[in-house]
Design a binder for this molecule. Sequence first.
Ligand code: UDP
Ligand code: MG
Length: 338
Amino acid sequence: MRIEAPSLPAPQTHAAAYARPALSVVVPAYNEQEVLPAFHARLVPVMQGIGLPWEVVYVNDGSRDGTLALMLGLRAQDARVSVVNLSRNFGKEIALTAGLDHAAAEQAVVVIDADLQDPPEVIPDLVAAWRQGYDVAYARRRAREGETWLKKATAAGFYRVMKRIGGKVELPADTGDFRLMSRRALDALLALREQHRFMKGLFAWVGFPSVPVLYDRAPRAAGETKWNYWKLWNLSLEGITAFTVGPLKIATYLGLFTAFGAVIYGVQLIIRTILFGNPVAGYPSLMAVVLFLGGVQLMTLGIIGEYLGRIFNETKRRPLYIVERHVPSEMAPKAGPG
Ligand code: UDP
Ligand code: MG
């Protein structure tokens, strides 16, 4: 059976009379009313300094505060602003994808968080790396200010685990979504329409010549982080299940291991019974073995379930997101006739 490619929400293209921007900056935002104006105020001079026509695509990911109104206000003042309003909160990974789908840039896109943790002042460095011929310039954190040691340690552990099991796809450490991608790298990325979007992994999967650009990650300027340990755990699960079937093999090896142990134990029991008779003993050890095996079985069922659930979600082939409204940016009219 042939499976049709999922129909993408057609990104709105700019009317022919308008030039397309060379660069798009894509900013997903969820409840960011405290920082959005400050973000835009810092972004504009930085982008103007680069000297290429640009736009910024703000994606409102179903915010419950005044984020959308602020975005539309920015659009009213500044025609280089494009606003994509999603019908509800879809989560950062999908909001980011929506923004990338709607980026009009001819040459490259920059992905950046709205909370000023990714300083816009790094963008010229990313652009410089891209001008040297790299398709992907990803910002690598030099220091993590304002983050607890526990968060740093868990993040480090996560990268280590991913490195072990990730196989051929190598995740660069200390790297978030903050990066620049050439148009061809972006087009390759946008061809991946899976529901479970572990963006760091997808970026890495696409490949192309890439280079890190070091920067200092600032603490959040204002507003609240949507990050917590439960989310990190789930993100790790997404990362692992999206890029390796390794955990599925755990059951095989645990099974082999226990079966082997059981045979040795059985042989030892027989020999002991022959030599010393059969005093009935061992209720505690029996319970321990039963509970252990029950736990192992439930755990491996759970692992299978994680994969099965993802297969279920993918087979539904739903669109990744629904756009409530899109106000595209407007570049200066093209010079010349027409
Ligand atoms: N974000 C989003 N949808 C969400 C959660 C977050 O678009 O459901 C945006 C958020 O507004 C910010 C970026 O994703 O621009 C990173 O979010 P956050 O700062 O909470 O994550 P952290 O930097 O702590 O990893
Ligand atoms: Mg943040």
